[in-house]
Ligand binder design. Structure first.
Ligand SMILES: [Zn+2]
Length: 216
């Protein structure tokens, strides 16, 4: 099964992607992990990606696509995979189509997790990250046992800059402008399933599994 996961910040896309990959045993290809991998190889592409990351810039579409192309040559992807965080823009989606047609593959399904802005803002603004180990908790649905302290390592829980209200509004805006057009793009190609992303982790996983095409 070859899947793409789309969803706004705060919807729990990464969490659901990980769970699904374990359930159906396919590799989880997140943009962050792929970037770390390609940089660690010190290839030309890795060096190029690094210069953007070091300057805090967005990595351009052609570098992302080059990285995806390399990743799809690894044998663990031959039985399927799930893209999380890619494609993020229409040019990336076009690039992916081209890439897949060159290697005679097709996406099976694009899963779009959806939720209202107010709910996403509320979730993100209640998110706390451990300053020591990076564990994430949420004051709403998974508060730490001791207020302000990480359950894993007792480190201090902080609110990342990314999760401050003004930054949240900006992140949601960027998603709408840059990534939401992909929903119409994949709907036109009959590859899209929309999933209500609001609920417990288990409820949302069950909805996704129910709606995935059955494998022959
Ligand atoms: Zn911690």
């Amino acid at each position: 099964m070859r899947l793409v996961f789309l969803g706004p910040p705060g919807i729990g896309k990464g969490t659901q992607a990980k769970i699904l990959c374990q359930r159906i045993t396919i590799p989880h290809l997140s943009t962050g992990d792929m970037l770390r991998d390609v940089i660690s190889t010190k290839s030309d592409l890795g060096k190029e990606a690094r210069t953007y990351m070091d300057r805090g810039r967005l990595v351009p579409d052609d570098v992302i696509l080059g990285m995806v192309e390399e990743r799809l040559q690894q044998p663990d992807t031959h039985g399927g995979y799930l893209f999380d965080g890619f494609p993020r823009t229409l040019p990336q989606a076009d690039g992916l189509n081209e890439l897949l047609s060159q290697i005679n593959q097709n996406l099976d399904t694009v899963v779009a997790l959806e939720g209202e802005d107010e709910i996403l803002s509320e979730r993100l603004s209640n998110r706390r990250t451990c300053g020591s180990c990076g564990a994430i908790t949420n004051l709403l649905n998974s508060p730490s046992r001791e207020e302000g302290k990480c359950d894993q390592c007792s480190g201090e829980l902080i609110q990342r800059d990314d999760d401050q209200p003004n930054v949240i509004r900006e992140r949601l805006k960027v998603y709408k402008r840059q990534t939401e057009p992909l929903i119409a793009y994949y709907a036109e190609r009959d590859q899209l399933i929309r999933i209500n992303g609001v609920g417990t982790i288990e409820e949302v996983t069950a909805r996704i599994l129910e709606n995935l095409p059955k494998e022959e």
